[in-house]
Ligand binder design. Sequence first.
Ligand SMILES: [Zn+2]
Length: 219
Amino acid sequence: MVLNYEDYLLVIWEYSESVGRTSEVDIARRLKITLPTVNEYVGKLLGMGLVEKNARELKLTRSGKKVTIPVVRSHRIAEVFAMKFLEIEWEEVHRAVMDLEHLFSGSYGDNLYKHLGYPDKCPHGNPIDVTTPGSRITPLTAKNGEYVLDRITLELNDTLEKLSGISAFPGTKVRLYWENNQVTLENDQGKVSLSEVENQSIRLRNLSPRKKQLVLERL
Ligand SMILES: [Zn+2]
């Protein structure tokens, strides 16, 4: 995998959407590269005015966001493409498009988006139009009960493999409860307990609108 500055921006975006902040250590872990390499790249991004650093926290600047939004969009479109046409598994598709997505910016990306039928979301439930407001219910803020898995904002391989192990994909139903001090998601395929970061990067939505619709359909 050849990393370029777009990969860094994408990681900073993912973390800011999930946990609200990023550090160079997070980026190093996420991209599996050394901290000095990250420091060097982040130095360049700071110099370009794309990110700002406060204590150890990194944030995209206004111009950083402008550059990053098309990168996020291309990534999500490339994921839909890779899953649909390259038949790459749901849990693999994020990693698989890390090289591919850079080819799908600008008009190529727009053409691909059109031929894919203008999908709303990536396979992990994240909106292609990044300004679309999403559910704010996280496993930590949710009460025990049934929910629909809405999205996984931080597409960590471990998280995706864990969820795919019980076929918990966006749009499917999960039951949430606490067990041994950990949030647990369960469906008829099994159960998984969530890590600290997963508690912040998974979004759930209420069942009620669909239930309501089913009731209305029966009337
Ligand atoms: Zn995705």
